[in-house]
Design a protein around this ligand. Sequence first.
Ligand SMILES: Cc1cc2nc3c(=O)[nH]c(=O)nc-3n(C[C@H](O)[C@H](O)[C@H](O)COP(=O)(O)O)c2cc1C
Length: 175
Amino acid sequence: MTKDVITAIEERTSIRKYKKDSVPETIITKILDAARKAPSAGNRQPWKFIVVYNEDVKSKLSDAALKQKFVSSAPVVIVVCAEPETSRKRFGERGENLYCIQDTAAATQNILLAATGYGLGTCWVGAFSESKVKECLELPVSLRPVAMVTVGYPESEEIKRSGRRSLADIVHIIK
Ligand SMILES: Cc1cc2nc3c(=O)[nH]c(=O)nc-3n(C[C@H](O)[C@H](O)[C@H](O)COP(=O)(O)O)c2cc1C
């Protein structure tokens, strides 16, 4: 059973402790399929997704992510990469520096929500050395790693929800 999108938005929270159980590749494929359905400026789809199951590579990613140990403890790590040149060709500087980042962020959010829909826990990891990630994944120069997403079944059923600013604090309505 999957969850509807509002339930997934409500239930999603960053999970940093995972069961050892492996995640079926068929589910990872469905999650990546959700990622590629994200909107992108001019439908350029300036992204690549590197799916890491390998323990040694996950350990190197963990080191690259300022030694955040939970990264290597996740059964799967998806590294979301932007292809700035793909966006630059159509949109110039705005494509290279803004759109490809927004597009890959939208794809990353789809990954988080789809994974939640399949009962998985995730964490968006942005604190990492780009050069170390490029090196350990042997990425071509055309790719910029912009996010890692750790994926696995949550160790605990208990959900610790982080707080949010109130709507009154963040919304400005113009009628
Ligand atoms: C761009 C970005 C970078 C993040 N980087 C990290 C990170 O490096 N390590 C980490 O543990 N969580 C990271 N997070 C997760 C946030 O800490 C988390 O989303 C936030 O505290 C809100 O909690 P919630 O996801 O449980 O709602 C990142 C989230 C985003 C969107």
